[in-house]
Design a protein around this ligand. Structure first.
Ligand code: OAD
Length: 235
């Protein structure tokens, strides 16, 4: 394996699947049961805030019953032991990467464990249920909190930092994502444009599979630790 210096890793729901977190577009995935327009758009929140709160309350409660798996642990190990830089960009709103030990981490679609106040625009840690009567811990306003998650039609977080890292990386890994949702689905092209080697690690070829230089197919808990072992032993 060539001596890489800078790695950017994109993860999606597939990396958390074996922890027991539902994916979106697989058979029986979240979007097969729920219409995304009802729970993951600003318009859905205006229409029925209680419905949206209940959807994310359920998912937030679910976090207490799941744990990081071997794939999350392998990426944390890569960050700790790799001689160059490792930036992990996740589309996931769960906290399994940080619980596994990753620290250089961007939640580009937000976090279940945070609340965003639409009155003062502050973000606060949030672990309990949220409702239209919840009070902002920062400014005290009641009725202005929403889950700090990025909905369809909204701009994902920290895009400038992500594009700068993509332009400077020599290895781009995409793990457990279907490649359906932009801008994340376009990261592979951006990295390739700047000369990075690109690898997809997924259960099956994603929608954008032809954009990658290499594919490793299989379960995340098997292929990610093996890939990280290979990288670290090639030093
Ligand atoms: P998807 O549900 O679209 O895709 C999950 C991918 O993981 C699929 O390609 C599966 O084949 C793969 N997969 C499933 N189990 C796996 C396993 N055990 N090991 C490896 N791969 C596995 O989820 P995302 O691509 O993350 O956004 O979805 C992207 C965004 O769409 C989400 O962040 C969310 C959603 O709508 C918003 O809500 C804004």
């Amino acid at each position: 394996m060539p001596a890489y210096k800078s790695i950017v890793i994109l993860t999606g729901a597939g990396i958390s699947a074996e922890s027991g977190v539902d994916t979106f577009r697989d058979k029986d995935g979240i979007w097969s049961r729920v219409d995304y327009r009802d729970v993951a758009t600003p318009e859905g929140f205006i229409r029925d805030a209680a419905r949206v709160h209940e959807f994310y309350n359920q998912r937030r409660r679910g976090m207490a019953t799941v744990n990081p798996n071997a794939a999350h642990a392998a990426l944390a190990r890569l960050e700790r032991e790799f001689s160059g830089s490792v930036l992990l960009v996740t589309q996931n709103i769960d906290d399994l990467h940080e619980r596994a030990g990753s620290t250089n981490l961007i939640h580009m679609h937000g976090e279940l464990g945070k609340a965003l106040c639409q009155a003062c625009e502050q973000r606060s840690a949030w672990s309990k249920d949220m409702s239209a009567l919840s009070q902002c811990p920062a400014c005290g306003a009641v009725g202005y909190l929403r889950p700090d998650v990025v909905w369809f039609g909204e701009m994902p977080y920290q895009m400038e930092r992500i594009y700068a890292a993509l332009a400077g990386c020599d290895l781009f890994l995409s793990i457990g994502t279907s490649g359906n949702v932009y801008p994340a689905a376009g990261f592979v092209e951006e990295a390739r444009l700047h000369g990075a080697h690109t690898v997809e690690l997924n259960l099956e070829p994603s929608d954008g599979h032809s954009s990658f230089n290499e594919a490793v197919l299989g379960k995340a808990t098997e292929i990610v630790p093996a890939f990280v072992d290979g990288m670290l032993s090639a030093r």
